[in-house]
Design a binder for this molecule. Structure first.
Ligand SMILES: [Zn+2]
Ligand SMILES: [Zn+2]
Length: 264
């Protein structure tokens, strides 16, 4: 049985857990270690049993507590060479990662404790940003957060996975008519920022009906989106593609999601 839970999702902090009784890992550590410990404990999971950490990119909402978490728990930390270089000088992680650093390469599959994961580059305005295709003992996930545009590679990796954790950051009308100054609006929409509900819907139209069983919408904007709008848009896309069997959820921003369990 594979378990997935989002411990926090959005610009306030990101952290996701995937595991079973024997092996588990986190993706990103953008919330405090104590919060991670408490939220996992509520689900009957002891944080000290987490085996390793994958990192998507070097923006603070993804790595704010990576330094302190690593100092405390000494878990191996997988990231690309470019990303490790950025973490070496980042105020959240500088001098705090000790011997935990493990280098991985975009497009190359790495195995740790039987879990296989392949990072792949996505367009975003950090030093290096990757999505992950994960084969967790046969249960497959594609994880993409903070993605400026849907590339062919994104479509390919999303087509291969059973479970998608995909950004659906903003509703275009809300962003254009909302409180953000034009410069910030442009940054979000310029192809190296974030995915709109419409872009995510287009991606889902392309990949639905393949092997996809569930879609988890992540990194929803607090100011420029609502869970209802994101779900409406994704659900319409899945219906158009005739894929109404797919489980569709919007991950909460400030709280833990429910625990999702998958049989192979
Ligand atoms: Zn982010
Ligand atoms: Zn980012």
């Amino acid at each position: 049985m594979t378990r997935f839970v989002s411990l926090s999702s959005g610009s306030n902090g990101n952290c996701y857990y995937i595991g079973n009784d024997d092996v588990s890992f986190l993706i990103d550590v953008g919330i405090g270690g104590r919060t991670i410990r408490k939220r996992l404990a509520q689900l009957g999971i002891d944080v000290s049993t987490v085996d390793f950490v994958l990192v998507s990119h070097d923006h603070v909402d993804h790595i704010r507590y990576l330094g302190s978490f690593t100092e405390h728990y000494h878990k191996p930390l997988f990231a690309t060479k470019e990303l490790h270089r950025a973490l070496d000088s980042h105020f959240c992680t500088r001098g705090r990662l000790y011997g935990c650093v493990k280098e991985i390469e975009a497009g190359v599959t790495t195995e740790c404790l039987g879990v296989k994961f392949t990072p792949f580059r996505v367009p975003h305005d950090a030093h290096d940003t990757v999505g992950y295709y994960i084969d967790f003992f046969g249960t497959t996930f594609t994880f993409i957060t903070d993605v400026g545009a849907v590339t062919d590679e994104v479509v390919d990796y999303c087509s291969k996975a059973a479970h998608l954790i995909v950004e659906s950051n903003y509703d275009r009308d809300m962003l254009l008519n909302g409180p953000y100054p034009p410069e910030l609006q442009r940054r979000i929409m310029n192809g190296h920022g974030h995915l709109s509900n419409g872009q995510t819907a287009e991606l889902l139209r392309k990949v639905a009906g393949k092997d996809v069983q569930s879609v988890f919408l992540c990194h929803l904007s607090e100011n420029n989106n609502t869970p209802e709008l994101a779900l409406q848009s994704a659900s319409a896309a899945l219906q158009e593609a005739g894929a109404t069997h797919i489980l569709l959820k919007a991950l909460p921003r400030r709280t833990c999601s429910e625990l999702f369990e998958f049989e192979l």
